[in-house]
Design a protein around this ligand. Sequence first.
Ligand code: F6R
Length: 261
Amino acid sequence: MEVVIVPDAKAGGELIAEAMAALVRRKPDALLGVATGSTPLPIYEALAAKVAAGAVDASRARICQLDEYVGLPVGHPESYRSVVLREVVEPLGLSEASFMGPDGSAEDVQAACEAYDKALAEAGGVDLQLLGIGTDGHIGFNEPCSSLASRTRIKTLTEQTRVDNARFFDGDIEQVPHHVITQGIGTILEARHLVLLATGEGKADAVAATVEGPVASVVPASALQLHPHATVVVDEAAASKLKLADYFRHTYANKPSWQGL
Ligand code: F6R
């Protein structure tokens, strides 16, 4: 795995946005998997700025969602569909038709999960999947001890994740759904390139366990070690517990091998 240490979140956003722009220049109809939460926002801002400046034509790009809350009313501003439409699809000037995600309001949730995995495969697979990481090491909403071979399915959020996400629901944990649909770890590993961004000291333990710990379902993000093309971009604070930080700085900081790939 490539570990790129950047000075701050803005630099990480810019670096990843440029990698996404390079992909779209090479493959205009690339399927870009996006994550929600706070961490990827600098990526979306930087990518939208490139589109607005004419540095990349993203008009044929396709967007797909990583996960979704179960049970929020359709159109709820914090449903991940709403968030991705607001933060990614609209700023890039794309239409809703270019966007796909799991149906968190389906009556038959299991069927909706299977339909989503099938739709991703039929769309040709995800070219680049952005990931954040939970303080407990989750990716998507694959909480600790999720099967490393899991497919898209319903999961129960841990109390920690609900506490972490309460800030999106007026700080009221009672409003945070208990259940989500998430791409499974096996599903995520099928994307051609995985790019995880982690910023802030609160992610330092999870990053160290992901990068330098053993592959173990108790740290779901450690599954990235199994992927042939996984890039972890971290700011100095999130890198602060990496024993190999200097090696990563020396190897990847100036010219990450994944740029322009
Ligand atoms: C969101 C997602 C989650 C978040 C993670 C970190 O789609 O899949 O794994 O990436 O919870 O969230 P933030 O970035 O808000 O710290």
